[in-house]
Write a protein that binds this ligand. Structure first.
Ligand SMILES: Cc1cc2nc3c(=O)[nH]c(=O)nc-3n(C[C@H](O)[C@H](O)[C@H](O)COP(=O)(O)OP(=O)(O)OC[C@H]3O[C@@H](n4cnc5c(N)ncnc54)[C@H](O)[C@@H]3O)c2cc1C
Length: 495
């Protein structure tokens, strides 16, 4: 494709960008996709993802349409429940303290199932998340937390399927191509300046979609916008999301929007590398804390590990860990819950200690006041009630009594050896602050008028997530808004 022929340029190479590129092709546009990463590292955070996608469904019939490979046995042995629109709405409102933009949420929720069916049409396959979102109760699997579906092959499977589809549809994918500026003639965006193989050139476009992620991989911006200490966090995913899209759009007058001092951040192995490692994927995360306790350097608990289902708290607890002395914590479990620990606790690259007594365990917790830690564990054990019974598939109300830092559900005494502890720090996933868009994914300027020729999708969109995030909403958002942006970019003059 020559400079002049480019009609739609998509900046980014993850889920949102690939969906935008495919939708723009379906709309009849010539599409070039600029991916900053070399091909070996392409795919953004989408490629690091587990592939969980939050989607509305009424019951088994809709799940079967999405996952025709479901067997009769699976259906008979599983309580999939349902996830109606109202619950997705409620979840978005509740976890964001009702700050989320209602219009964007309506699009996210209402388009979620059609978007996943569309992905299916492009070769993405789905499966139930038995491993991570279901527990067996009385011989049947029961799903919990509103999250039921994952892409086959996880994030890598999703990116591979979308890349194949984009190639089949004739999208011109350019790797190692970093967009450095939007070309703006005071009325509209007319193209993109791109650096590739050491050369900078200008590509003309009728419309441009920015889908190039957040600024989580930029330590200076993290410190500037998220606040002091955030430069010390580890990055869970790609090293290429440094806020280029934000900068390019703000430079031509786009409006900022959403929670610029907020981000998605989780418990992440204390010794994980600075950026994500594609060979490990999301394996450095440590998400089973609702079944144990977390201790900081002072040997104290500091957060309600059982405040809610894991997928409604994990995205905000990274920040809580970052705020602890030394920015670390130890997650402590006993043998009673060992079988509930997620697969990521068994990876080779794990920071773990074990002991047969609590005294022995606290002595091994690097950087922790062991005497205080022992007191904390004993006080915790004494505060655990006899009833109600422990049930990991519901918020069981099994809450500690009389502790300054309560544990509101799933409180079990840590009394059965062997004991295990895992060291975690804060791993940042993606930033919440971004650009302001309208219902056609057009980027708005500071007067809240659409900037002709400019669209946005994915992490770079501001206004959806504030302070917290319901698990599986990121990929769904990328697909929903990627489709909208691509279709609109192909269809109109962007005005
Ligand atoms: C470890 C991990 C696990 C996760 N698990 C899940 C999950 O199970 N479910 C879920 O919903 N979400 C999950 N997420 C979050 C999810 O990955 C993101 O919300 C989603 O992938 C964002 O998609 P995106 O396309 O906006 O950004 P990305 O996938 O990050 O893509 C951004 C792209 O832009 C490119 N880029 C950056 N700058 C430029 C530039 N100047 N020019 C050209 N290209 C550029 C990057 O190279 C990258 O390819 C996870 C994230 C991580 C890190």
């Amino acid at each position: 494709m020559s400079n002049q022929a480019a009609k739609v340029i998509v900046i980014g190479g993850g889920n949102a960008a690939l969906c935008a590129a495919l939708a723009a092709r379906e709309g009849g546009a010539d599409v070039a996709l600029l991916e900053r990463a070399p091909e070996a590292e392409a795919g953004g955070n989408s490629r690091f993802a587990a592939g969980a996608m939050r989607v509305v469904y009424g019951g088994i019939d809709e799940l079967r349409a999405l996952m025709p490979d479901l067997t009769d046995d699976e259906v008979a042995n599983t309580d999939f429940g349902s996830y109606p629109q109202e619950r997705f709405f409620d979840d978005m409102g509740r976890v964001t303290d009702y700050r989320c933009d209602a219009d964007l949420v309506e699009l996210l929720v209402g388009h979620s199932m059609p978007a996943l069916m569309w992905l299916r049409g492009h070769g993405v396959r789905f499966a139930p998340m038995y491993g991570r979102q279901a527990f067996k109760v009385d011989g049947r699997f029961r799903f919990w937390g509103g999250l039921t579906v994952e892409t086959v092959g996880g994030g890598p499977g999703l990116v591979a399927a979308l890349t194949d589809a984009a190639r089949r549809q004739g999208v011109d994918i350019r790797y190692g191509a970093r967009a450095v500026a939007l070309v703006h003639d005071d009325t509209r965006v007319t193209g993109v300046r791109v650096r590739q193989a050491g050369r900078v050139e200008t590509l003309a476009a009728d419309a441009t979609v920015v889908a190039c992620g957040g600024f989580e991989a930029n330590p200076a911006w993290r410190a500037r916008y998220l606040g002091p200490g955030w430069d010390l966090a580890k990055v869970r995913g790609t090293r290429f999301n440094t806020g280029d899209g934000h900068r390019m759009a703000l430079d031509i007058g786009a409006a900022s929007c959403g929670h610029w001092s907020g981000c998605h951040a989780v418990a992440w192995d204390r010794n994980a590398p600075e950026f994500g490692d594609l060979a490990v994927g999301d394996g450095f995360q440590k998400h089973s804390y609702p079944f144990g306790v977390m201790l900081n350097a002072a040997g104290a608990r500091f957060v309600d590990e059982g405040a809610d289902f894991r997928n409604y708290t994990y995205a905000k607890y990274g920040a809580v860990i970052l705020a602890q002395p030394g920015q670390f914590a130890w997650q402590v479990f006993d043998a009673k819950v060992a079988h509930l620990l997620r697969d990521e606790y068994r990876i080779r690259q794990v920071t773990k200690v074990e002991a047969d007594t609590l005294e022995g365990l606290v002595a091994k917790l690097d950087g922790v006041d062991g005497r205080r830690a022992l007191e904390t564990l004993r006080a915790f054990n004494a505060a655990v009630p006899d009833d109600p019974a422990f049930d990991p598939t519901v918020k069981d109300g099994r809450a500690t009594r009389g502790l300054a830092v309560p544990k509101s559900n799933w409180a079990n005494a840590i009394d059965t050896p062997p004991f295990e502890a895992f060291a975690v720090t804060c791993g940042v996933t993606f930033t919440f602050g971004g650009l302001r868009i309208d219902a056609d994914a057009r980027v708005l300027d500071e007067d809240l008028a659409a900037i002709p020729g400019l669209y946005a999708a994915g992490e770079i969109v501001g206004g959806l997530f504030w302070g917290n995030y319901p698990g599986g909403a990121g990929l769904t958002s990328g697909t929903v808004f990627g489709r909208i942006a691509g279709a609109a970019a192909a269809g109109g003059d962007g005005a």
